[in-house]
Structure formats: C-alpha cells, structure tokens
Design a protein. Structure first.
Length: 203
C-alpha cells in the first residue's frame, strides 16, 4: 500500500471513531433528558399518591370521652369520624332487655349482613358493651341523618331508637332496621375499641 493510501485509511478510521464517540454521547444525553422528563411528567401523580397531612388527619382515629354520658342519652355534640357522624348512646337496663327480647319487627335482627358491623358487634346490642352503642349516624336508604328517639316507642318494636325524617325509616336502639321501611340495612357500626372505661377510640 502506498503512503497516500495508508494515510487515507488512517483518516477514515479516525473519522469513524469520532462518529461513534458522538453517537455514544448523543444516546447518553438523550437517555438522561428522557429520564428527567419522565420524572417531571410523573411528578404530579407522585405528589397525588402521597397523602397530604390534611388527608392523613381526616382518616385518623378519633377519641370520644363518654364519662359525662348518662343512661338514656345520646352523646352531644355529635363527633365526626372520616366525615361521618358517630352516634354514641348509653342504654339503660330496660333498653338492653328490650334488645334481647322480641325481634319480629326487625329486618336483620341477627346482624347477618357482615358489612354493617365488625365481628365483635354481632350480638343483640350490636356493640362491645351492652350499655354503650356506637353507630354511624347515616341512614342506609339515601344517606340522611336519623334523629335519636328517646321518649317515644316505635309500634313495630315497642322501643325508641333512630328515626329518619327523609322517608320514614326506623332503627332500634342497636341500629337494627325495622322491617318494611325504605332503608335496606342496619346502621353501620364503625371499628372501635375502648382505650379506658370512659374513652372510645373510633377507627
Ligand atoms: S334517607 Fe332515610 S329513609 Fe330515606
């Protein structure tokens, strides 16, 4: 091979090497930009997935002090948990006895719908302690808030309970729905536990 040919071959090899280096650099740079872009595009979603302090607080457990609640009363003012009103009623012995008596006027007296209460509330009073009932105060028909009926008895059950003024649904003192009313289910029992004799933690 002549000197000229050798020089040309050498120049071509140099140019090819330079082209490969530039291509490598461009691929690396493009990948880096794409990665940054992908993180940037996903950032609003990542932020969305991360619960805010406000959202965490809204879902946090709520403590309820029942030390001043007397037999026959419902706790007032009503406490909210996860945006839902929580009814806490203190039943006297005659109310407890009536819950264990005739249940023929009720749609689901044995709490067979598992979605309406935790396992510990599958009993005649639908609560951990017979005297203290804890219920979500939202009618299972269309979501109105029932009123506590303390001094009158429903003819179907012979006891008071909760009356929904929107379409006339009735629930007994354990939140069990009366048969034949628009509401299809018993009132919901939230998850809760007793932190002490007089403090209930909801959630
Ligand atoms: S919302 Fe309660 S009866 Fe309709």
């Amino acid at each position: 091979m002549s000197d000229g040919a050798v020089e040309n071959a050498s120049n071509e090899a140099g140019e090819e090497s330079g082209t490969n280096s530039r291509r490598y650099f461009l691929i690396q740079a493009t990948s880096a930009v794409a990665a940054v872009g992908a993180v940037g595009a996903a950032w609003p979603f990542i932020k969305y997935w991360t619960p805010s302090a406000k959202a965490k607080a809204a879902g946090a457990p709520v403590k309820i002090d029942v030390s001043k609640l007397a037999p026959g009363e419902m706790l007032s003012p009503i406490v909210a948990w996860r945006g839902k009103p929580i009814f806490v009623v203190y039943r006297d012995q005659s109310a407890i006895d009536s819950l264990e008596g005739d249940t023929s006027g009720l749609a689901d007296p044995d709490s067979k719908n598992p979605e309406q209460q935790p396992e510990f509330a599958v009993n005649p009073w639908r609560s951990e302690r017979p005297e203290l009932g804890v219920y979500v105060g939202i009618c299972t028909h269309l979501g109105c808030s029932p009123k506590y009926v303390e001094t009158e008895n429903f003819e179907e059950t012979g006891q008071g309970g909760f009356f929904c003024p929107c379409h006339g649904s009735k629930f007994d003192l354990a939140g069990r729905v009366v048969a034949g009313v628009p509401a299809p289910y018993n009132l919901e029992v939230p998850p809760y536990r007793f932190e002490s004799d007089t403090v209930i933690v909801i959630g």
